[in-house]
Design a binder for this molecule. Sequence first.
Ligand SMILES: *Cc1c(COP(=O)(O)O)cnc(C)c1O
Length: 461
Amino acid sequence: MSGEFRGRMTEGGGRIILANRARGFSVASMREDTRRWIEADKRHGWHPFTPQEAWTDDGHEPLVLVRGEGAWLGDSEGRKYFDGNSSIWTNIHGHNHPALNAALRKQAEEVAHTSYLGFANPRASELAEKLVSLVPSRTLERVFFSDNGSTAVEVAMKMSLQYWMQSGEPTRDRFVAFANGYHGDTMGAASLGGVSRFFERFRKFGVEVDFVESLDELAKLDAGKIAAVMVEPLIQGVNEMRPWPEGMLRNLRTACDDAGMHLILDEVMTGFGRTGTMFACEQESVVPDFLCLAKGLTGGYMPMAATMTTAKVYEAFLGAAENAFYYGHSYTANPLGCALALASLELFESERTLERLKPKIAAMGELLVALKEKQPMVHEVRQCGFVAGIELRQLDGSPFSPSEKMGEKVCVAAREHGLLTRPIRDTIVMMPPLCAEVGDLEKAFEALRRALASGVSLLGK
Ligand SMILES: *Cc1c(COP(=O)(O)O)cnc(C)c1O
């Protein structure tokens, strides 16, 4: 599967490769660039969630990604890879999509950024209206824009707290979140994170949170002190892709209603078709008080987020000027981001993305089952729509020691066979762009199968 891009990529998008060929440059000149980029990265860059000492080690040669086409990415050496985790869960319709490129170009030629503080802009107006049209009518009628998943969560948290302050229940000032959940990395959002290896050292700086494992535990809390319950609907992503039992979300909505607590749904990962429906909450006919959207909002092109809420919440912020929501970012409702989000949502219609996804979800299910049957290291496969986790364990069924880094080793080996993805501990994530075809999935799973086979041989050593 390695090798240079073919088809549209080499004709249209493969500028570096073509230019180098046309001018008769040797591959060595690109090697030179690659070397320069890696050197500057190692000297001055600082990567997220990354032990930098290992990253900057002379023996580590990071891939430099320079190109994309559909569900595929290309590196600076001309090698091609399937984007198995949708470029960290963001990409929806594929890279280098003509319609998204055109929307970006068109907006850039009008204006790239204007302030939403004090001014309206056409694309933000259109996008707010469009997002509201995607949820049941007269439910979530207001859209507050921000920049990323973490800020979408921060906005919901602050809105909920301030809502209770202005609605005569200021003692509702605590949050409930679920064990092993993930809601982002800014201080407030991270406080709701239950993945202790990420958040424990900052716990004392954050907001007051009760962590629960189940609805039974939630029922035991003093509901009168709780502003909102935060959950990732249908599946916890960072928690090694663990789906909730069916009905959990519906029951949680009922529990929140009974106790008068807000329900905040973090659909930063699950939103925009990832679980098979536009939003995951549709599958249990649940409407939250706050819906947090980000990653896939712009199709994976630009950082942009939205927090949607009800007229009831909105109305608590009316009246005296000090009741307003004093929150915002410089790039709130950035026109480029809004234009891309609108174009992405249009593609859902013109390309019938969700309808075409159904058979691909089924095909992924079959590939997962086949992988588990044939690969002894695969302990469990978990799937929710077009999102899957493949958990690896030792052949006797016990987990690998973390120091073995088996998930990472398998993902590095998979690159050799043309698949890019990341593990969460020893769970391999398979979350392709929704545009991936069944043939692409088959290639990705074949790459993973080969990587696992080489992993088994590592075990022998
Ligand atoms: C990625 C993610 C976030 C954080 O989004 P960022 O854009 O990385 O800040 C929050 N919640 C969930 C469920 C996520 O997957």
